[in-house]
Write a protein that binds this ligand. Structure first.
Ligand code: COA
Length: 379
């Protein structure tokens, strides 16, 4: 195509679809699901309530919340074949394992290729319930323990922590993790959701679309950033002096390296999710007597803001929050998926409901057409 209109690098500011699910006002730092501000949802709505909101476009009644909560709880058990495959896989990056195992879930779901809206809804429930079970069980196996059966009496957040640690979490841990899930549940056309919608627009099945999303989330420019943040904090060291922290960050910036957990394509002010995660990182750190990570994070925040006018994004304070919760670093990005699968499935259902194949064009910049054909013998 010889385009008059030049492409937007990274599709920046390109409006690619209409959606009722998530509203973002980047300059003002606003994020809302179904019209509800994230600052109202975080701490007031449970993850299950947010799932209902994303899937239905409205808040549930008490009875509806009870239904979705029990449907999610009932769908948690992993198929035996998937557990077997999980044990057989060489121990690799947990996101690689999650990508393969998400795909394997489809083989055990008789409705995998059923396009009926009610079947899609049931798959959204199963995928959301079982992504949590997959990630918790991967964490158990990596730590050398055996899988733990889900506890239907626990909510989604508490059950995840229980299946990961074998210990029923306290109220503060449960609340913190529930809020983290709420904060990560959806974010409009972020890269992984866009990938899921592009896949869904071919009318492929929901599992295939979610596998595309998991693979996309893994990248360090997207969900992979939260693990990179923690590796950076650990490299600097919990006992580092303020001067050492400053030196490490300044050296990184001087090398033109990106500081993980900073900057955003859409927000031009503080990412509203970071506001809550910063508070949680402080509160959990104080309770655990481990405030070093929070304090170091605050120093880094001040430095990067002053030097580059960049604000922390969702991944910056989630790193120290998860670390203080005792979650292994390898699970940070999979945990992003534990939450975001609710948004991915909502977007896939929205795409199916009003579909048109997504097939953009490229601005051709290759060798001039037509090239003269040269036979193999003459090349
Ligand atoms: C999120 C991100 C990909 C958005 O990127 P983008 O809109 O494509 O912006 P760019 O990568 O083009 O960056 C624009 C400028 O800001 C700088 N910048 C962006 N994020 C930066 C960061 N985290 N640290 C240092 N500099 C950064 C870039 O180097 C570039 O500078 P230049 O114009 O002097 O070359 C980017 O900010 C980033 O890579 N952040 C780190 C990874 C991360 O935290 N990802 C999670 C996102 S939720």
């Amino acid at each position: 195509m010889t385009a008059e209109v030049k492409p937007k690098a990274g599709l920046e500011d390109v409006v690619a679809t209409s959606s009722r699910i998530c509203f973002i006002d980047g300059p003002r730092g606003v994020l809302a699901y179904g019209g509800y501000d994230i600052h109202d949802l975080a701490g007031k709505a449970s993850f299950e309530e947010v799932c209902f909101l994303l899937w239905n476009g409205r808040l549930p009644s008490r009875a509806e919340l009870g239904d979705v909560t029990s449907q999610l709880a009932a769908a948690r058990a992993l198929p035996e074949g998937v557990l077997r495959l999980m044990r057989m896989l060489p121990r690799v990056d947990a996101m690689d394992a999650l990508r393969t195992l998400t795909s394997a879930l489809a083989h055990c779901d008789q409705e995998a290729n059923d396009p009926a809206p009610q079947a899609q809804r049931r798959k959204a429930i199963r995928l959301t319930a079982q992504t949590a079970s997959l990630v918790a069980t991967l964490g158990r196996l990596d730590a050398g323990g055996g899988p733990i059966d889900p506890d239907p009496a626990l909510g989604h957040a508490a059950n995840f922590l229980y299946m990961l640690t074998g210990r029923r979490p306290g109220a503060l841990e449960t609340r913190a993790f529930d809020i983290a899930l709420v904060l990560h549940a959806d974010h409009e056309l972020n890269a992984s959701t866009f990938a899921a919608r592009v896949a869904a627009a071919t009318l492929t099945d929901m599992y295939s679309a979610i596998v595309a999303a998991v693979g996309t989330l893994k990248g360090p420019l997207h969900g992979g950033a939260n693990a990179e943040v923690m590796k950076m904090l650990l490299d600097i060291g919990a006992d580092a002096s303020p001067e050492r922290v400053e030196g490490a960050i300044r050296a990184k910036l001087a090398r033109k390296e990106k500081v993980p957990g900073f900057g955003h394509r859409v927000y031009r002010t503080e990412d509203p999710r970071a506001t809550h995660l910063r508070r949680m990182s402080r509160e959990l750190g104080e309770r655990a007597g481990q405030t070093a990570w929070f304090e170091m994070s605050q120093r880094i925040e001040a430095l990067v803001l002053a030097d580059k006018q960049l604000y922390p994004n969702v991944d910056f304070y989630s790193a120290s929050t998860y670390y203080v919760l005792g979650i292994p670093i390898d699970l940070f990005t999979p945990i992003f998926a534990v939450s975001r699968v609710s948004g991915w499935t909502a977007h896939v259902m929205e795409q199916y409901a009003n579909n048109r194949l997504m097939r953009p064009r490229a601005d051709y910049v290759g060798p001039v057409y037509p090239q003269r054909w040269v036979g193999l013998a003459d090349r």
